[in-house]
Design a protein around this ligand. Structure first.
Ligand code: ADP
Length: 480
């Protein structure tokens, strides 16, 4: 027999019991002759029948309550069975309601924990986003902010009016318009300070009002570096054209003079031709440097793999520059540790950067002083280096005894066309691209570059190169 079916007999028995006072009175009236049995007996039957129907319907409602609770607690198999016209609960419904209520409680507790965990992890994601983020509610009050926003504004923005720390009228207009018109908009914000920062501000209307009253989301994306890069590109084009235009104008000028007034002046012709050759060579050097810079930049993402005997490369560069050094009564001296392991690199590019460094040391060194080139194995790269050279590496230093470089210039020396003294650099045949090339080659080698200089004493530029076979990490540049 089904455990949950109250039999018809049991149902009628229970109904008779419930109706016993009424049926007892009716029976007593029949027995005393006060009531007609023909009407009283059907009335008793009807009372018991109706009561049975009421009890059954009441149990049906209870079964529905339990069914709903079970659906909510995912006891769906049992629930389905009951929904498909399954058996009605027995009279131990109280016990069953209690069980279902407990299951419901357990389910809600589980769901609450899942939701709480989800909210926590969403909060973590929000907090760890690199861009500052603010949620805005009615009256432009900040309802929530992430860590990046707290750092940017140096305070807790939540609970404050946005106007108290972001006063740009453009941005405030944007926020107001998003709060009133329900459209998403964006604006640019320049953050004042010793170093101005530029942000792209995006205000996005939320699809529904948040539980904390948030209506819109405000994200601030720092575009300072991007703008600087754009500016650098524009400056580069302007500088490169200027550097090329100067010798070109000089060539055109001298050609015109030679074709005109100095046509029959052999002395002037000789002097002009020498200048023209010099200008043409300057243009050639500039074009070569520009081309190698763009080539190196294109390859920068793929580090070289070959083993390079650095001392051998330095020796061949020294031979090449010996005459130039002797012209200034200078000498290039290479001092190296014995039996050095090979560095990892591109021989041609390393030769080019050592040439640039030694050439600068000759150009800017004091006549009669030596250019010292040291090669040594060191335990690790320079101190401020992130990860890159925290392993034994090769250090190549080029030291001169020139005038040195002022501290304020050091961070900018590796920028293209940056020169401490433009006229002097040009007079010496410099293009202003030598150290920029060094920086990019070093970056491609996942190495490091340091520039130390003392005015009046001289300059030492060092290149740190990973050893062949050592583990690779990131590229770094100490000069920046
Ligand atoms: P340039 O072709 O002008 O030498 P670089 O890029 O090689 O260009 O160097 C940039 C600037 O750095 C130079 O114009 C010069 O002012 C300065 N500089 C580079 N090396 C030295 C050095 N060894 N001593 C003094 N100044 C130097």
């Amino acid at each position: 027999m089904d455990r949950q079916t109250p039999s018809l007999g049991r149902l009628i028995g229970v109904s008779a019991l419930v109706c016993s006072p009424a049926t007892g009175i009716l029976l007593a009236l029949v027995l005393t002759g006060e009531a007609n049995p023909a009407t009283a007996l059907p009335a008793i039957g009807a009372i018991i029948g109706l009561t049975a129907l009421l009890i059954r319907s009441f149990l049906g409602d209870l079964s529905l309550v339990i069914l709903r609770m079970r659906i909510m607690t995912s006891e769906s198999i049992e629930a389905d069975r009951m929904e498909e016209g399954g058996p009605l609960p027995r009279l131990d419904v109280a016990q069953r309601i209690l069980t279902a209520a407990n299951a419901l409680d357990r389910t809600w507790r589980k769901r609450h924990k899942v939701l709480r965990d989800q909210v926590w992890s969403d909060g973590q994601v929000l907090n760890n986003l690199p861009d500052p983020l603010l949620m805005i509610g009615t009256d432009a009050i900040v309802t929530r902010a992430n860590e990046a926003a707290r750092v940017l504004f140096n305070r807790e923005p939540a609970g404050q009016e946005i106007t108290s720390f972001l006063r740009d009228p453009n941005v405030l207009d944007t926020i107001e318009s998003v709060l009133t018109t329900e459209e998403s908009r964006q604006a640019t914000w320049i953050m004042p300070g010793t170093v101005e920062r530029e942000f792209e501000v995006r205000a996005t209307r939320l699809p529904t009002k948040g539980v904390d009253g948030s209506l819109a989301l405000l994200t601030l994306h720092d575009i300072t570096a991007l703008r600087r890069l754009e500016q650098m590109r524009a400056d580069f084009v302007a500088n490169a054209s200027h550097e090329l235009r100067t010798p070109l104008s000089s060539l055109i000028g001298f050609t015109e003079t030679l074709a005109g007034s100095a046509k029959d002046d052999p002395e002037a012709r000789e002097a002009f031709l020498a200048i023209m050759l010099e200008q043409a060579q300057r243009m050639q050097r500039l074009i070569e440097d520009l081309l190698s810079l763009s080539r190196i930049e294109m390859e920068e993402h793929s580090p070289p793999n070959d083993p390079v005997e650095v001392v051998r490369v330095l020796e061949s560069v020294r031979k090449f520059l010996d005459i130039k050094a002797r012209d200034k009564s200078m000498e290039i001296r290479i001092e190296s540790d014995a039996a050095l392991p090979p560095a990892i690199g591109d021989g041609d590019q390393l030769s080019q950067i050592f040439q640039n460094l030694m050439d600068n040391a000759i150009k800017y060194g004091r006549p009669g002083t030596p250019v010292m080139v040291g090669v040594a194995l060191c335990d690790r790269g320079p101190p401020a280096m992130p990860a890159a050279l925290r392993a034994p590496c090769l250090k190549v230093s080029v030291r001169d005894q020139g005038e040195g470089i002022g501290k304020e210039h050091l961070p900018r020396l590796t920028e293209r066309f940056y020169r401490v003294d433009k006229a002097r650099s040009r007079a010496m045949g410099g293009t202003g691209l030598g150290l920029a090339i060094v920086k990019h080659v070093v970056a491609r080698h996942r190495g490091a570059l340091t520039i130390e200089s003392k005015q009046g004493e001289g300059t030492t530029i060092s290149v740190f190169l990973p050893l062949h076979g050592a583990k690779r990490m990131g590229a770094v540049n100490a000069a920046e």
